[in-house]
Write a protein of this length. Structure first.
Length: 144
C-alpha cells in the first residue's frame, strides 16, 4: 500500500494546481482503502469492517472535495453537496449493514437456543443413561 501510494504521489509531481491536489487526494484515498481493507480482513470483526468503511467514506469525501476545487460558484457548491451526500450515504450504509448483521446473528442465536430447549424437552421422555446420552447429544448438536 505504501509503495503504491508513493508511486501514485510521484506521478502527481508533474502536475500543478488543482489537478495536483486531485491526484494526491486520489492517491491518499486509494491508500486508505487498501490499508483499511487489509486491517479489517486481519482483525476479521464486524466492528473493524464497519470502521474501515467509515474511514474509506471519509477518504473518498476528501478526494471528492479536491475534485470540486476546480469549480466555482454554484457548480462548486453543488459538487460539495454531492460529495457530502455520498459520504453520508456510505456511512449510513455501513451502519445499517452492521445493525442488520448484528440482528441476524442475534436471531440465529435465539433460534438455536429455542431449538436446544426443545431437544432437552424431548430428552425428558427418557430416563437414566438414555436421558444422559440424549442431553449430551443435544449439547453437542447445539454447541452448549
Amino acid at each position: 500500500a505504501v509503495a503504491n501510494y508513493k508511486a501514485a504521489r510521484a506521478r502527481c509531481d508533474s502536475l500543478s494546481g488543482n489537478p495536483h491536489d486531485v491526484c494526491e487526494a486520489e492517491a491518499k484515498a486509494e491508500r486508505v482503502r487498501t490499508e483499511e481493507e487489509a486491517a479489517a480482513a486481519y482483525k476479521n470483526t464486524l466492528k473493524a469492517y464497519t470502521q474501515a468503511r467509515m474511514r474509506i467514506a471519509d477518504a473518498n469525501y476528501a478526494r471528492d472535495k479536491a475534485r470540486c476545487g476546480a469549480l466555482a460558484g454554484n457548480d462548486r457548491d453543488v459538487c460539495l453537496k454531492q460529495a457530502k451526500a455520498a459520504q453520508v450515504a456510505a456511512q449510513a450504509d455501513a451502519t445499517a449493514d452492521r445493525k442488520m448483521i448484528e440482528a441476524r446473528n442475534n436471531a440465529r442465536e435465539d433460534k438455536l437456543t429455542a431449538e436446544y430447549r426443545v431437544a432437552l424437552q424431548k430428552c425428558d421422555a427418557f430416563a437414566g443413561a438414555a436421558k444422559d446420552q440424549c442431553v449430551q447429544a443435544a449439547k453437542t448438536a447445539y454447541g452448549k
